[in-house]
Design a protein around this ligand. Structure first.
Ligand SMILES: CC(=O)N[C@H]1[C@@H](OP(=O)(O)OP(=O)(O)OC[C@H]2O[C@@H](n3ccc(=O)[nH]c3=O)[C@H](O)[C@@H]2O)O[C@H](CO)[C@@H](O)[C@@H]1O
Ligand SMILES: C=C(OP(=O)(O)O)C(=O)O
Length: 418
């Protein structure tokens, strides 16, 4: 078991480079299954989740080779279309093999991913979309079996703009006959990156980034090389790290447009934010943040994946903030841990009422999920005294070289293994 020992109190300063996006890399790796040929994915982050997706691909028969931050995936010899419970439990996003395996082999069987620490996370919209394309689906003994004699383009309306459902349907529709139209599609930048990857392969997709995506089926896909977009959530987390410690940090390798909702809130809190073509600078010296109200929403709204980090920051604001979580019903698990560090937070249904305190104090705390863990790391950087954070394996799912990056900015963080 691993823990972080963090001694707070240092304002972070300097420059930090953001890695490739986890949530763009995962569907793109899965999309390699659509054809039997090698693809090269560049700027892939070295993360636990990316390793897990590579394990899934290898389990199915793909050959995966990592060199630096490039991953070559050769899907010529796929010998299984089934992903079992162990790989599914390790990472929910393993469900992204549904669309591509169905598209290429017309059948796929996965263990039901079930819920996770942040919510129940059903699969109904993924399955509704695949059914509309002509698949027959049976859910039995904890498995989802999907088969199709052939896939035909269809018009699909998503009840809510699910990222994963949009991606699975896009991938399944690429090789279907005719045209598929997804309405109320998710608009996240990672979906645009997936569209760009698939189109480079020879797919014919338009509209990603809007709520209507149109996919014209094709018969053949080519090998490609693709560089994934930078991770907007990692970038946002570093900006909050600067903000919460009263520091001054430049975050590089970012697409600032992807962070508009986050930057708007940081500016509302009074931080000086300067934006360049591919960098963002935040100055938090000699100030106490103003409180802020935040409501998580699908993109371009405020991202749920930044909610815990912003809550940690709001704990130190001069006044009361209201943070409303509308995407996942159980994404307030960091609250009890922040309370242990001296925060003043009350949860009422979907809302957390955060009364700002002057200081946080270090404590032993538990990361229950990825972004809850990130929030605790940030709170520990700002706190007086030392903190011990358990559950580091959750944090490793989404932050590459986290202790190296923060040590370089002046944080005192060490990883200790039992
Ligand atoms: C690997 C990846 O990209 N993960 C991201 C993706 O997760 P993921 O793709 O799982 O999230 P979704 O966009 O699907 O979930 C959004 C909402 O839709 C609901 N829903 C989803 C599918 C479905 O079939 N039925 C249904 O009701 C979910 O319960 C949730 O309330 O988007 C989330 C929302 O931005 C992010 O927090 C995750 O980091
Ligand atoms: C919720 C997240 O990821 P996943 O969908 O993989 O659980 C996240 O990245 O914050």
């Amino acid at each position: 078991m691993e823990r972080f020992f963090i001694t707070g109190g240092n304002p972070l300063q300097g420059s930090v480079r953001v890695s490739g996006s986890k949530n763009a890399t995962l569907p793109i790796l899965a999309a390699c299954l659509l054809h039997g040929a090698p693809d090269i994915i560049r700027q892939a982050p070295a993360l636990k989740d990316v390793e897990t997706m590579c394990d899934v691909l290898e389990y199915l028969g793909a050959r995966v080779k990592k060199e630096g931050d490039s991953i070559t995936v050769d899907t010529t010899h796929i010998h299984s279309v089934e992903v079992g419970e162990e790989l599914m439990r390790r990472m929910r996003a393993s469900n992204l093999v549904l669309g591509p395996l169905l598209g290429r082999f017309h059948r796929v069987r996965i263990s039901h991913p079930g819920g996770c620490n942040i919510g129940s996370r059903p699969m109904n919209l993924h399955l509704k979309g695949l059914r509309a394309l002509g698949a027959r689906i049976e859910e039995k003994f904890g498995y989802i079996n999907v088969v199709a004699d052939r896939l035909e383009g269809a018009k699909i309306h998503l009840d809510v703009p699910s990222v994963g459902a949009t991606e699975n349907i896009m991938m399944a529709a690429v090789l279907a006959r005719g045209t598929t139209v997804i309405r109320n599609a998710a608009r996240e930048p990672e979906i645009v990156d997936l569209q760009n990857f698939l189109n480079r392969m020879g797919a014919r997709i338009k509209g990603a980034g809007t709520d209507v995506i149109r996919i014209e089926g094709v018969e053949h896909l080519e090998s490609v090389e693709h560089t994934v977009i930078p991770d907007r959530i990692e970038a946002g987390t570093h900006l909050v790290a600067a903000a919460i410690t009263g520091g001054e940090v430049t975050v590089t390798n970012v697409i600032p447009e992807h962070l508009e909702a986050v930057l708007a809130k940081l500016k509302e809190m009074g931080f000086q934010v300067e934006v360049g073509d591919d960098w963002i600078h935040l100055n938090a010296r000699d100030m106490r943040p103003r409180p802020v109200d935040i409501k998580t929403l699908p993109y371009p709204g405020f991202p749920t994946d930044m909610q815990p980090q912003m809550m940690a920051l709001a704990c130190l604001a001069e006044g009361t903030s209201v943070i409303t979580e509308t995407i996942f019903e159980n994404r307030f698990k960091h609250v009890s841990e922040l309370l242990r560090m001296g925060a003043d937070i009350k949860v009422e249904g979907q809302a957390a009422i955060v009364r700002g305190v002057k200081k946080l104090t270090g404590a032993p705390v538990m990361a229950t999920d990825l972004r809850a863990g990130a929030a605790l790391v940030l709170a520990a950087f700002a706190a007086e005294n030392g903190s011990v954070i358990e559950g580091v394996e959750h944090i490793d799912r989404g932050y590459e070289k986290i202790e190296q990056k923060y040590t370089a900015l002046g944080a005192r963080i060490i990883r200790v293994s039992d």
